[in-house]
Write a new protein. Structure first.
Length: 151
């Protein structure tokens, strides 16, 4: 079962269970998936590849994290709670991110493999990591780790 199908199935279950929070969040996700399909001119309604759905979900989580920062600064706790619950619902459909320790280990291995010696080589390292581990790495952590280890 594709990730898109899982999300749509869970949307229908949330609607039947009258779970407004889950339903409204998943409805936004399904709408974003359909917008992407329209922009890419995909005719088959369940044809968006899982890696594109994952990319879309990550983008949505990033947007909500940015909103969380703004709400914290403004002292809007009710809106902050709403964004956090949406992030949690969306994260259920993303692959589990690696821990800080695991991320550091992969980064150090890739630095050695690529032969990076200074911050100028950061692009090579990032490219290699994105090619092999794009689904499970948090690239904000990766960037910080690489900068710490390349000077």
């Amino acid at each position: 079962m594709s990730l898109q199908t899982k999300i749509e199935t869970k949307l229908n279950e949330a609607l039947k269970a009258k779970d407004k929070k889950t339903y409204s969040t998943l409805r936004l996700v399904v709408a974003a998936i359909k917008d992407t399909m329209i922009s890419k001119k995909i005719k088959d309604k369940n044809a968006l590849p899982d890696n594109e759905v994952i990319s879309l979900l990550k983008k949505m989580v990033k947007q909500r994290n940015d909103s969380c920062d703004a709400y914290k600064k403004a002292g809007r706790s009710e809106l902050l709670e709403n964004e956090i619950s949406e992030i949690n619902i969306i994260n259920d459909y993303l692959p589990k991110q690696l821990s800080e320790e695991e991320t550091k280990k992969i980064c150090l291995e890739t630095i050695k493999k690529v032969g990076a010696s200074s911050v100028k080589d950061m692009g090579k390292v990032m490219g290699a990591l994105k090619k092999e581990h794009s689904d499970v790495l948090d690239f904000s952590k990766v960037s910080r780790i690489i900068k710490e280890n390349l000077k």
